[in-house]
Design a protein around this ligand. Structure first.
Ligand code: NAI
Ligand code: MG
Length: 329
């Protein structure tokens, strides 16, 4: 029996979470779901985008599934605050080309490991009407911790190279620490190739030679931007899952947001949410079922018959979910 916290959020977050729950209910596993509120609708109701109660629920369960939230003017981001509250410092974002999808190449298989707790996402900004400052905090401790997570993941995935992405030619102090910490940790993994690129060059290499990456490790904002770019290489945000892992918690969510442009139309691609649930099951040690879900998603996408409009089809969220479930059982 697994106790899972479910935080659906807003917009298509709710739609893809419903689809995900439908699928989880069909598995040969027992789940107990506990629900928490977060996001814009939650703010309108409770005056906060992330109630204490939600953090409590997220902390005490075996894992957390998060949908997506719509940003609330003048309020902090609930997902950033939740990641910080749960100390899930490694944001793991796999990028893979799937058969049957219009990808830039068919041999892309890398993962972005994004530092989740500091950088420009500290949400510390101050100033006056003439000048605003955003704090970009980079510590040795968090940089070494995320580098370790990247090397360990590289070994787990059976790959051979970790690429550190930074901008230390300009951000000499902050990214100087990030890069130095990376190479310090790299010395403990002599069997893995360690290299580093500037973030701007990486943005180009992702387009010109994405097949050459295995594991990319970067700071919070760079990792966020590069992961949306990378999702675009392999069919878009509808196929981009993620996991946020710490020493005591795991929080799993699609890379995408609440997509107000398609919310309510029931056409959101559920695959990124379902693949995030597959990452959750891997985290919980249910490797076989986790793999089965990945394979079922791959099969349904490859078949080309039942797919949502973002992948060129006309199926609904639940049509695709049912097709994946049919492959599974
Ligand atoms: P978005 O990720 O919601 O949407 C970007 C584009 O991708 C849209 O055209 C959307 O229709 C499409 N898309 C996203 N997910 C899809 C799916 N599953 N199936 C099919 N198409 C999909 O990003 P956007 O539009 O920049 O932000 C919308 C709201 O979401 C904002 O309020 C933003 O702050 C919030 N946001 C929340 C995140 C989170 O909760 N983790 C992450 C990113 C944005
Ligand atoms: Mg993002």
């Amino acid at each position: 029996m697994y106790d899972i916290a479910i935080i659906s959020g807003d917009g298509i977050g709710i739609e893809v979470m419903n689809a995900c729950e439908y699928l989880l209910d069909k598995l040969d596993l027992n789940f107990h779901f506990e629900y928490g509120e977060a996001g814009y609708e939650c703010f309108k109701k409770n005056g906060t985008t992330l109630p204490e109660e939600t953090i409590k629920i997220a902390n005490k369960n075996d894992a957390v599934l998060f949908g997506a939230s719509t940003s609330t003017p003048g309020q902090p981001s609930p997902i950033i605050n939740l990641r910080q509250a749960l100390h899930v410092y490694a944001n793991i974002r796999p990028i893979k080309s799937y058969k049957g999808v219009n990808c830039i190449r068919d041999d892309i298989d890398f993962v972005i490991v994004r530092e989740n707790t500091e950088g420009l996402y500290s949400q510390v900004e101050y100033g006056d009407e003439n000048k605003m400052v955003a704090e970009r905090v980079i510590t040795k401790k968090a940089s070494e911790r995320i580098a370790k997570a990247a090397f360990n993941l590289c070994i787990k995935r059976g790959q051979s190279k970790v690429t550190c992405v930074h901008k230390s030619n300009v951000l000499k102090k902050t990214d100087g620490v990030f890069k130095e910490s990376f190479y310090k940790v790299a010395a403990e993994y002599p069997q893995i190739t360690a290299e580093d690129y500037y973030v701007d060059a990486t943005a180009m290499y992702l387009l010109t030679q994405p097949q050459n990456f295995d594991v990319i490790v970067s700071s919070n904002l760079f990792g966020d931007i590069l992961s949306d770019e990378s999702a675009g290489l392999v069919g878009g945000l509808g196929l981009a899952p993620s996991g946020n892992i710490g020493d005591h918690n795991g929080l799993f969510e699609p890379v995408h947001g609440s997509a107000p442009d398609i919310a309510g139309k029931h056409i959101a691609n559920p695959c990124s949410m379902i693949l995030s649930a597959s990452m959750m099951l891997d985290y919980l040690g249910e490797w076989e079922i986790s793999n089965d879900i990945k394979n079922a998603v791959e099969k349904v996408i490859a078949d080309c018959n039942i797919r949502t409009p973002d992948l060129g089809g006309d199926a609904s969220t639940i049509d695709v979910t049912k097709a994946i479930v049919k492959e599974l059982i």
